[in-house]
Design a protein around this ligand. Structure first.
Ligand code: SF4
Length: 146
């Protein structure tokens, strides 16, 4: 049995509310990055965490601290989600740091099947970031209809 942990980009999950439904469906259906496991090996989703956000100049230390949420529950494999692969400029550095800090844990790039290229995905996410959202200044200046 493979005990699997997934790390997702907080921009996708916390900012835009992704419930990771496609990652989880493909884990159950053994598609995408989950197709590489032997057919007779049971896959057990042990846990999911968000990236803690911008690593600052300290590099991957912030993620290494948070990843204990997975390593201390004895995962065998950590999958870096498709959103991390497509959106995060630090993913490669994170993977190197995880490999070094937790050599017994296999680190895999990707989760669900890629129905669009990372570049296409980035363009779609860019549109979400560029939505004209109201903020607290709109409340202070009574622009929100209140
Ligand atoms: S560091 Fe990478 S994974 Fe974490 S929130 Fe930023 S872009 Fe997403």
């Amino acid at each position: 049995m493979a005990r699997i942990g997934i790390v997702a980009c907080s921009n996708a999950t916390r900012e835009f509310g992704c419930p990771m439904v496609v990652c989880l469906a493909d884990l159950r259906g053994r598609k995408g990055a989950f197709s590489s496991y032997p057919k007779d090996e049971k896959l057990d989703l042990a846990g999911i965490i968000n990236c803690p956000g911008c690593p600052t100049l300290t590099g991957p230390d912030k993620l290494l601290g948070r990843i204990k949420g997975l390593t201390e529950i004895n995962v065998d494999v950590i999958h870096m989600s498709f959103c991390m692969k497509a959106l995060c400029p630090f993913t490669r550095k994170y993977m190197e740091a995880l490999n070094e800090a937790f050599p017994a844990v296999r680190v895999v790039l990707g989760t669900h099947e890629e129905h669009q290229t990372p570049e296409e995905y980035r363009q779609r996410i860019k549109k979400l970031f560029n939505q004209d959202k109201m903020n607290m200044v709109d409340v202070i200046l009574s622009r929100n209809g209140g």
